[in-house]
Design a binder for this molecule. Structure first.
Ligand code: PEP
Ligand code: MN
Length: 333
């Protein structure tokens, strides 16, 4: 932690910080600058309460240096974490693609879509059985029946399945069927759910909260890791901004920032950022160029009839085109 003093701070007030830090068992190092003094607070185990030092006279600001996340941090583990699911590896530079409808609607819909995405090269199939919908009057998902359909898709196509887990109540049920558990944007800070996911043996795709900072997102991952599950895949899916030209704003720069901070794989879902299918392929290409570890894309065999997120779902032919384009970009970068 760095305590920055005001320009005209007196020596007595600088010394008061040093004394207070030492009294708490820290080492305090005054660093004289051009026109002000800063004091480095060292040897603290864990983060120091910034508010404590802010109350002293002549203190301008307090800058935390120690990160409060530990297990997710690259400081803890330098090399990328590799997460293997079926044929796919997340984090080794190979760009696996997760594809499928927003929601599982019928067996025919799921199988038809799964066959298309597999043929085009997807490594995992996605589809929600429990759907977190903004309106209680919208299709909420088939529940357990949807999970059973997912199991049939896996049996028939051999694709591992990714599905959202919305609450602790249905955790054991969803965990039994899913190969990868998805925690959605609306639940990124549902701490009891995060802790429960930390006790699971299944990998977790943790979507970024709609207006979460990078630090908040990483802290959410820390909750899962802290409970013993090291297999967390971070997924950027667009954040809430003031723009109206897309459903959300895909924060591509967070891919770089997150990969610098953490050893966990960072993947991108362009579909929920775009909201309209015309934007999905360009955003998928851009995410590939940014070095995303994987992509998650919504595809429906008949989007016009989709019960959820139809306007942003790619037609099978568009998904094929998308796979070809990202493959080319991926081979260049
Ligand atoms: C989804 O993947 O269908 C979904 C609801 O995603 P998000 O949590 O990103 O909105
Ligand atoms: Mn969706």
């Amino acid at each position: 932690m760095l305590v920055v003093m005001k320009k005209d701070a007196t020596e007595t007030n600088v010394q008061a910080i040093v004394d207070a830090a030492e009294k708490r068992g820290y080492v305090a190092r005054p660093i004289p600058g051009g026109d002000r003094v800063s004091i480095g607070i060292l040897h603290n185990k864990g983060s120091v309460d910034a508010g404590y030092f802010l109350e002293f006279e002549d203190v301008k600001e307090v800058i935390p240096v120690t990160k409060s996340y530990k297990l997710v941090s690259r400081e803890k583990k330098k090399e990328n974490s590799l997460i293997k699911v079926g044929d796919a590896v997340f984090g080794d530079g190979s760009l696996p693609v997760i594809a499928g409808p927003c929601a599982i609607e019928t067996l025919d819909q799921a199988i038809a879509t799964a066959k298309h995405v597999k043929k085009a090269g997807a490594k995992l199939f996605r589809g929600g059985a429990f759907k977190p919908r903004t309106s209680p009057y919208s299709f909420q998902g088939l529940g357990e029946e949807g999970l059973k359909i997912l199991a049939k898709v896996r049996e028939e196509t051999l694709l591992p399945v990714v599905t959202e887990i919305m609450d602790c109540e249905n955790f054991p049920l969803v965990e039994e069927y899913a190969d990868v558990l998805q925690i959605g944007t609306r639940n990124m800070q549902n701490y009891s759910l995060l802790k429960r996911a930390g006790k699971s043996k299944k990998p977790v795709v943790l979507k970024r909260g709609m207006s979460a900072t990078l630090a908040e997102w990483l802290m959410a991952a820390e909750y899962i890791m802290e409970e013993g599950n090291p297999n967390v895949i971070l997924c950027e899916r667009g954040i809430r901004t003031f723009v109206k030209h897309s459903r959300n704003t895909l924060d591509l720069s967070v891919v770089l920032a997150a990969k610098k901070e953490t050893h966990l794989p960072v993947i991108v879902d362009p579909s929920h950022a775009a909201g309209v299918r015309a934007h999905v392929i360009p955003l998928a290409c851009a995410a590939t160029a940014m070095g995303a570890d994987a992509l998650m894309i919504e595809v429906h065999h008949n989007p016009k009839e989709a019960l959820s997120d139809g306007p942003q779902s790619l037609y099978p032919d568009q998904f094929k085109e998308c796979m070809e384009k990202i493959k080319t970009i991926h081979s260049i970068i």
